[in-house]
Each structure stands twice: as C-alpha cells, then as structure tokens.
Design a protein around this ligand. Structure first.
Ligand SMILES: Nc1ncnc2c1ncn2[C@@H]1O[C@H](COP(=O)(O)OP(=O)(O)O)[C@@H](O)[C@H]1O
Ligand SMILES: C[C@@](O)(CCOP(=O)(O)OP(=O)(O)O)CC(=O)O
Length: 470
C-alpha cells in the first residue's frame, strides 16, 4: 500500500551524460557492441509534493527547468478508460512558458505515471518537479551572473530559453528522461515496488526509459545513451528494435497492460535482450577521458541513413570493415583494462593504446570515404592529430556518429597536461568549410571526465537545490 503523498519527503535522482568512444554505427546492430562512457555531467530531477491550499486538490503536475527562461510546463493528468494508461495534457496558462511543449518531459511523465498506476491503484497526487542540469550540457555564453558567482553554484543560470541553448552533445534528453522516470517512480511507488539498488529495478527503469525516449524521439536508435544514463560506463549491446513495435499509444485500449508487460519482460515474445558489461570497462589510474565541443554548427542530418544505405549496397565490403572496427573497439577496451590492472604507481607504457586508437581512426576514415559521410572529416583529423602531438595526450577520436561537433581525448591525468591542452585549444580554429561543413569553429575543452556510476539517488547537501526550488 502506498503511503499518503503528504507524508512523502522530497526526493532527487541524477543520471550521467554519455560519450560513445567506440562503436558508432556498429552499435545499431546487435551483432556488434559499443564502448560507452558515462560522464560526470549529470541531470538531476527533484520531486516534491505540490502544496495545495485549503485542502483544494488539483490534478496538476508542474515541471520546471529553472536554469532556462520560460521553462515551465503544467500538466493535468487522468486515468483513461479501457486500461489506456495515464494521459497527460499540457495546461495552457497565462504565461508564455506554458505555450511550448517539451516532448521528452511530457512522454516520460505519461509513461512513468502509466507504469505507476499499473502497480498501485491509489490516486496520483499533485507534484512539483524540478530539472537541474550540470553546466557542461550546454555552452552558456548567455549566463546572467559573473563567472565568480556562477562558479559557486553547481547549477548555473543559462539565461536563455531551452530552444536557444547550444547543446554540447552529452545526451541531455537521455539523461533527462532516465532521471525523470526514476524520480517519478521513486516518488510515487513504495521502495518495495522498485529499488534502483537492485538489478531488476535498474532493468525495469532501463526498459521504461528506453520506451519513453524512443516514443518522444519518434525513432528507435541504439539506446546506448539511455543505457549509459542507467548503468554508467559499459560495453553495450543493444536491445532488438522489434521489442518496441506494436506498443500502441497512450489512451488506446490495453496500453497500460502492454507497457507493464514490456517493462517487466513478462511477455515471452518480448524478452529484453540488452547486454550491459560493466566489468569490461575501465580507465586506468593516471589517465582520463576528456571531451571537446567543436562549435562548427554543421550538424549533418541523415549521416546514419547514408552509412546504413552504403552498408546495404556493399554488404561484403561493409562486413569486413565492421569486423575490423569491432576488433579495434574490443582491443581498445582490452588495452584500457590491461593498463588499469597494472599497479597504481608502475610506469605505464601507452604505446599500444596509441596504436589501437590510430587503427580505429583509420578504419573510421575508411568508413567516411566509402560511405561518403564526413564521420572523421579532414578538419577533425587535423585537430585530433594536433592534440595527439601534445605532451601527455595519448590520442582521441570523433565520438558517436562523428562529424564536426566534438572530439573525445584520452590524456594523462596531470594538471600541466590539461593546462597545455587548454591553451593550445584556445588558439585553435577548426575550418570545416573545406569538407562540407558550415563554418570555422572554436574548440572548447569541457570540464567533464568519465564517470563509472549510472543512475543515483541523491542525498542533497543543504542548499544544493534550494536556490532553484519554489
Ligand atoms: N535541462 C533540460 N530541461 C528540460 N528539458 C530538457 C533539458 N535538457 C534536454 N531537454 C529535452 O531534451 C531535448 C533535447 O534532446 P535532443 O535534441 O535529443 O538532444 P540531446 O542530443 O542532448 O539528447 C530538449 O528539446 C528538451 O525537450
Ligand atoms: C550513430 C550512432 O551509432 C551513435 C550516435 O551517437 P551520438 O553521440 O553522435 O548521438 P547523439 O547524441 O544522438 O547525437 C547512432 C546510435 O547508436 O543510436
């Protein structure tokens, strides 16, 4: 039996961002895997009971993302007939904020409440939900306060509407949907109904967040970003995309039951086959994984489609390339593991690591050329080569789908290495115009590094959230 909402305290949950260091495109196919790292930039979701005045109960859930302007969404919710689940409807208020939709929030809320209502038949009480993102998810030239004041705050004021925020590609929607789903479940369900500390609790969270994220996105990707948000760094083998087929829409007959059996894997025809291998992933002491945001504004739409079409057209050639890349990616994880097992203070030789990174890069360039897609375009080759020549930089790659947007670097974890990298990048400009990109771009070293831990219940220290709560 659920305790009364009024007796429930506030809760907060956070999930990490991601970088797919190796396995872009391959990971879309279950025959291959991706080496994904969680990052220490997290999205936090805080839930508290919505105070109601004079006993007046409104069926309303307010979601705010107060680091952004006009980022408040108010939802009414109701249990639909014929087991259709919980439908949420955005309430149009007076303020401009209530005019825009946030599909990721709306879908995560509807899916999570539907799952809650399928487990517990009490009414769903009003709540106030606050989203807070770590600084590196967005480039925030528009921050309102001085850097010194900002530095004191864990969560900066980005001072722009969400639509104008420049994303750095750390996977904000996956971290958001995952932390949001976990927070709603933890708020409304008693601990014995779901616990994020158990394997089965995390698996159900994973399944629900994947389903909601795909529904909000309107497409089924490999889901490595949601997996990283739940499990943290891992070698990821995707779920069969057919699992999410035929789920139907909220409000249609039987949706709630379908969702519950999908999430819990009780339908023998719909068994989740995601594979998460955490023990195979480590970063040796003495090294760290860094990310750079490349501001080229050249997001290439349809890269995935073009690569997959080429693979379909040239199955034999592609099979050889995919096999070589998969081996390279496994070698990379293996070499990182080998180095991690060496005693902490032993002198480490990073030569093999350098070589395996260069091998992967050359195979990715082959994929680029053959498929005709700028995965590691020339401008990025130059940047990666230049960074790799700096002292203490072992090497780097274009992560995920590649393109002009970002690079990931493995560097020695020493202050002087990062300082030199910083000053080198400050003076560096990527010229994307020659190979089909839109512009010249600055490169910015983000303040993030790898993070092993996935979803996490936060025990907020006093003041961590209070500046932002209402
Ligand atoms: N801090 C946030 N607060 C509210 N919604 C957010 C936040 N960050 C991301 N989102 C949601 O995620 C969407 C961005 O998702 P997407 O374009 O897939 O980017 P990404 O690659 O970062 O996941 C936003 O439009 C918004 O709906
Ligand atoms: C091509 C991919 O295998 C990897 C894309 O990785 P990115 O990190 O580039 O993705 P976004 O965060 O969506 O921009 C597609 C996939 O696995 O879904």
């Amino acid at each position: 039996m659920l305790s009364k909402t009024a007796e429930r305290g506030a809760i907060a949950i956070s999930a990490p961002g991601k970088v797919l260091l190796a396995g872009g495109y391959l990971v879309l196919d279950r025959d291959y895997t991706g080496l994904v790292f969680g990052l220490d930039a997290r999205i936090h979701v805080h839930v508290q009971t919505l105070p109601t005045c004079d006993g007046l109960i409104l069926s309303e859930i307010i979601v705010r993302s107060p680091q952004f302007r006009d980022a408040e969404w108010r939802y009414g919710y109701r249990l639909t007939e014929d087991d259709g689940g919980i439908q949420v409807t955005q309430l149009k208020g007076h303020s401009t904020s209530s005019q825009s939709r946030n599909r990721f929030v709306e879908t995560a809320l509807a899916y999570a409440l539907t799952y809650v209502s399928s487990l517990a038949h009490e009414s769903i009480e009003p709540a106030s939900i606050t989203i807070l993102a770590d600084t590196d998810y967005y480039s925030h030239a528009g921050t309102s306060e001085s850097t010194t004041t900002q530095a004191k705050k864990r969560f900066p004021d980005f001072n722009v509407p969400l639509t104008e925020a420049h994303k750095t590609g750390l996977g904000s929607s996956a971290a958001l949907v995952t932390a949001f789903t976990a927070a709603v479940l933890s708020h409304y369900l008693p601990p014995n109904a779901i616990s994020l500390d158990t394997e089965s609790g995390r698996a159900r969270l994973h399944n629900l967040a994947q389903a909601a994220h795909c529904a909000a996105q309107g497409k089924v990707g490999s889901g490595f970003d949601v997996a990283a948000a739940v499990y943290g760094s891992c070698i990821y083998k995707r779920f069969s995309p057919s699992l999410l087929e035929g789920l139907g829409e909220i409000g249609t007959t039987g949706f709630s039951n379908h969702l519950r059996s999908l999430i819990e894997g009780t339908d023998p025809m719909k068994k989740w086959d995601t594979q998460i291998n955490k023990s195979a992933v480590s970063v040796p002491k003495g090294l760290k994984l860094l990310m750079c945001d490349v501001d080229c504004g050249s997001e290439t739409v349809g890269m995935v489609k073009t690569v997959l079409n080429w693979r379909k057209d040239k199955p034999e050639e592609a099979a050889l390339l995919w096999a070589a890349l998969q081996k390279g990616n496994e070698d990379l994880a293996g070499e990182l593991r080998r180095l991690a097992q060496l005693p902490e203070h032993s002198a480490k030789d990073y030569e093999d690591l350098r070589v395996v990174i260069l091998t992967i890069r050359s195979l990715i360039r082959e994929m680029s050329e053959k498929a005709g897609v700028p995965i590691e375009p020339r401008a990025q080759t130059e940047l990666l080569d230049a960074c790799s020549r700096l002292p203490g930089v072992i090497g780097g790659v274009v992560p995920g789908a590649g393109g002009f947007d970002a690079i990931a670097l493995l560097v020695e974890d020493k202050v002087e290495v990062v300082t030199e990298l910083h000053s080198f990048l400050d003076a560096y400009k990527v010229d994307a115009t020659e190979d089909g990109g839109a512009s010249m771009g600055k490169v910015r070293l983000l303040g993030v590094k790898q993070e092993m831990e996935g979803i996490k219940a936060e025990e907020p220290e006093p003041g961590l959230y209070s500046d932002w709560l209402r």
